[in-house]
Design a protein around this ligand. Structure first.
Ligand code: NDP
Ligand code: OXD
Length: 316
């Protein structure tokens, strides 16, 4: 059995070494040096060139290096074989940390204190106790649930929205359209951790922002396609008076963008109420995630049920 590795943004040598620690007998080839394509039956990929997977006649398993699989599902030539996505402790811990960092940054006024320090000014600014601050999380899956658990340890009030209701200690669960409206009406900081599907594309739009209380903050760590960028700018700049001055929303933390990187003249770069990171909220580190790849390969070899199988009809 032979696995093909294909990713322009991951280090093939590191992955090969880490996977070999778990599966020393597995032959791994690195795209574009695939040798005889007919010998490849498994592929480990992140954003492979469109049509590449379809050119492997005996491909029987695809493992995604990412948790989100919409780049694969958007390829109309994607072979109809089982697709496993990345779920790993490394990714989960990273994402929970990113969400906690952004929630604290806005709640504890971190940027305002940084600005005051730059002017050598000593000015205490008050903040609400954490239990009086409500964080609403869209998507209570692997990453959303982990973020919720972390925020609960910090005593924030946490609400979560998912397709099916969830039972998570200390987290109020909402689902459906009415559930979304109820969650938004109570949310001070809104976190998006949904998969990008036809149902969720553009969900962070003018209607959703208007349903949030004035002064709310939006944190998008899922996909750029969830956000209607012009609507965010409008909600930040107009329509009320948030903590940071004019505008219905007080601010936004964005890790993901429609175009990555956004062009140099994109208004987000210099917007005073936007904090950007370059799609680094959670990283699939080989040392923390090779075991999950090995698990999928072992199950595949043994003909056992595959872990973290994507439901293609649902789109995640
Ligand atoms: P999961 O599949 O585990 O969770 C998805 C959650 O979203 C589930 O709770 C699901 O509900 C809910 N959901 C899906 N569709 C809808 C809908 N139409 N309405 C309401 N709820 C919905 O995904 P992960 O938590 O592993 O990952 C989430 C996303 O995070 C990924 O798809 C990816 O885009 C992004 N990501 C970003 C990274 C970054 O660095 N910025 C890194 C890794 C991932 P239910 O449970 O009922 O099915
Ligand atoms: C992922 C990502 O989906 O890194 O894993 O965005």
């Amino acid at each position: 059995m032979t696995l093909l590795f294909c990713s322009a943004s991951d280090k093939a040598d590191l992955w090969r070494a880490e996977i070999a620690r778990h599966l020393p007998d597995l032959e791994i080839r690195v795209w574009p040096d695939l040798g005889n394509p007919a010998e490849i039956d498994m592929a480990l990929v992140w954003k492979p060139p469109a049509g590449m997977l379809a050119s492997l006649p005996n491909l029987a398993l695809i493992v995604s290096l990412g948790a989100g699989v919409e780049p694969l599902l958007e390829d109309p030539t994607l072979p109809d074989v089982p697709l496993v996505r990345m779920v790993s402790d490394g990714l989960t811990v990273d994402m929970a940390g990113y969400v906690a960092l952004q929630v604290l940054r806005w709640h504890r006024r971190a940027d305002e204190f940084a600005a005051l320090q730059a002017e050598a000014r000593w000015r205490p600014i008050d903040h609400k106790p954490a239990p009086d601050v409500t964080v609403g999380i869209l998507g209570l899956g692997e990453l959303g649930a982990a973020a919720a658990r972390t925020l609960r340890t910090m005593e924030y009030r946490v609400l979560g929205w998912s397709r099916s209701p969830k039972s998570l200690d200390g987290v109020e669960s909402f689902s459906g359209t009415a559930g979304l409206a109820a969650l938004l009406a109570q949310t001070d900081l809104l976190v998006c951790l949904l998969p990008l599907t036809p149902d969720t594309r553009g969900i962070l739009n003018a209607g959703l922002f208007a349903a949030l209380p004035a002064g709310a903050v939006v944190i998008n760590a899922a996909r750029g396609g969830h956000l209607v960028e012009a609507d965010l700018l409008e909600a930040l700049d107009h329509g009320g008076s948030g903590i940071g001055g004019h505008g219905h929303l007080a601010g936004a933390s964005l890790d993901v963008f429609a175009d990555e990187p956004p062009p140099p003249d994109h208004p987000f770069w210099r917007h005073p109420k936007i904090r950007m990171t370059p799609h680094v909220a959670a990283i699939t580190h080989p040392s923390r995630s090779a075991e999950q790849v090995a698990e999928a390969v072992r199950a595949f070899r043994a003909g056992k049920p595959l872990p973290n199988l994507v439901d293609r009809r649902r789109g995640y």
